[in-house]
Design a protein around this ligand. Sequence first.
Ligand SMILES: N[C@@H](CCC(=O)N[C@@H](CS)C(=O)NCC(=O)O)C(=O)O
Length: 237
Amino acid sequence: MINLYGFGANLGVTDPSPFVVKVETFLKMANLPYQRIDRGSNLKKSPKGKLPFISIKDASQEQVVADSQHIIEQLTKKYQVSLDDHLSAEQKAQAYLMTKSLDENLYWCLVYSRWVQQDTWPNIRQAFFGKFPVYIQWFVPNLVRKSVIKTLNGQGLGRHSENEILAITDKSLQALSQLLGEKDYFFGQQVCSFDAAAYGLLCQFLSVNYQDKFNQKAKSYANLIQYCQRIEQQYFS
Ligand SMILES: N[C@@H](CCC(=O)N[C@@H](CS)C(=O)NCC(=O)O)C(=O)O
């Protein structure tokens, strides 16, 4: 049995982490049975201090794998997943670099939109910390927010102005919309593991239950909206 450790459904999506949704979507696309184990305290158990991670229990042993990329590679090898078999070597290389662009660039725009933007932060604070005891709500959300801002500055994106980050976000969304075009999935009419990565992040803009400038931008791309709906109908309904 495969256990997927995430944060748990929040903000109107199956998990507020694009990386957890990426792995869950991959598991569904690959038709691999799994169960989710959801709680914030999973972070403490994670070998890399981040979510997601998975554990695979066989009769004799338990294997733990962290990081969405490693998880997908490991599962593909172990269960001979054929999701990417229809891609050429060139397309596989493109899919890898496209995934890294989402994970390492657009993801940080999402982080900025949630944790830094003044008008969105109250919603996020309530969604992530609203169930904690009041005395924790007094200081923990601001402490975590400060640490996220520090990370964003270290990564570099946080040094741009809000309008610049919005424009950077739009560049990626526009590129994704162009790449998808009128196809059902990014590499044709059949899903591949890149679609798990793309949906994992796009749903965080397009399927969440709050409105802000960033997801408004995403909503200007009709084919991306339809893409998320297509994946949700096929795998999450
Ligand atoms: N490279 C990792 C990134 C995972 C990641 O950044 N997860 C975030 C949630 S979206 C996390 O656990 N953050 C908690 C922290 O940094 O303390 C992957 O692909 O799984």
